[in-house]
Design a protein around this ligand. Structure first.
Ligand SMILES: Cc1cc2nc3c(=O)[nH]c(=O)nc-3n(C[C@H](O)[C@H](O)[C@H](O)COP(=O)(O)OP(=O)(O)OC[C@H]3O[C@@H](n4cnc5c(N)ncnc54)[C@H](O)[C@@H]3O)c2cc1C
Ligand code: FES
Length: 265
């Protein structure tokens, strides 16, 4: 993990309140694994006092990318940054996704993304297609409406099969990405189990956790809780997990990626 002032190479809008930012950060890019995040100080002024976490979306050469949605003050300040300015960032942080090994007995990979949850899953899809090109990857992307669907073409370019769901039915299946997963699974009941990786709103992850228990497939989820320190020191981000009775895990340090089965939802 390093703390650097990273030069902003690109900061552009890619949809309603959605932006992509590229940063010159070779030190972070070299170490980054899918599912890890950077912690960004969006301003030298206060507020906002705390850094804001964003998944590493892609690593390309010397640059890293994040994909973010403007939801409040911090992300609004971030969206106003210009090319050539510098950002104080910390990373890569957290434990990322565990990639399936070449010998694992899984039929294929299913990635389920809700909203900006696609950010970490594109990096994961790239890593899987390099490490294990034999595995087929199905990507299920959900958003409120067609304008908010992200990264479809990026996944297709990698050779992934992509299905989309929108809550208002303006594109693809009318409903949620978790519905697409549930509809797909009975078809594959007699085949080896897929491995599922999911990132998105907590309600979606909770639902996917339930589906994974019912159909007994391995499932990793990446949580997007609110963070404070981001490095495991303040206990401000704990979630309840299974222990001898129960225990607490830090999203920033023990996660943000967890086995769905280890969490108490
Ligand atoms: C490990 C991790 C990775 C993340 N990756 C991404 C990413 O790739 N792209 C992206 O757009 N966002 C991501 N997030 C969420 C992002 O960090 C928050 O949206 C951001 O910090 C909000 O800052 P803000 O100052 O704009 O909003 P605030 O002013 O702090 O909050 C505005 C509104 O958003 C809600 N909110 C703020 N943070 C969160 C959160 N973490 N979860 C749910 N609701 C929240 C608040 O309750 C409030 O209603 C990630 C979060 C974590 C923990
Ligand atoms: S945010 Fe401080 S321990 Fe996780």
């Amino acid at each position: 993990m390093v703390q650097i002032d990273a030069k902003i190479l690109v900061n552009e809008g890619i949809g309603p309140q959605r932006h992509k930012m590229a940063l010159y950060a070779p030190q972070i890019g070299r170490q980054a694994k899918p599912g890890q995040f950077i912690h960004v100080r969006v301003s030298n002024n206060f507020p906002p006092l705390l850094r804001r976490p964003f998944s590493i979306h892609r690593v390309e050469g010397q640059k890293i990318e994040i994909l973010y949605k403007v939801v409040g003050k911090g992300t609004e300040i971030l969206s106003e940054k210009k090319r050539g300015e510098y950002l104080d960032i910390l990373g890569p942080l957290g434990k990322g996704y565990r990639l399936p090994s070449a010998t694992s007995k899984i039929s294929d990979i299913i990635l389920v993304a809700g909203g900006t949850g696609v950010a970490s899953l594109l990096f994961l899809a790239e890593a899987i297609s390099v490490a294990n090109a034999e595995l087929s990857i199905l990507v299920l992307i959900g958003a409120k409406n067609r304008e908010e669907l992200l990264c479809e073409e990026d996944f297709r370019r990698l050779g992934c099969r992509v299905e989309v769901a929108t809550e208002n039915g303006s594109r693809g299946y009318k409903g949620l990405a978790s519905d697409l997963l549930e509809n797909y699974l009975p078809l594959s009941e007699d085949r080896p189990k897929p491995a599922v990786f999911a990132c998105g709103p907590s309600e979606m992850l909770k639902r996917i956790g339930k589906i994974s228990r019912k159909h007994r497939f391995p499932c990793q989820v990446s949580l997007e809780e609110r963070l404070a320190c981001g490095v495991g020191a303040c206990l401000g981000c704990v979630v309840k997990a299974k222990g001898s009775s129960y225990t607490y895990k830090r999203v920033c340090k023990d996660g943000p990626v967890f086995d769905a089965g280890e969490l108490i939802w």
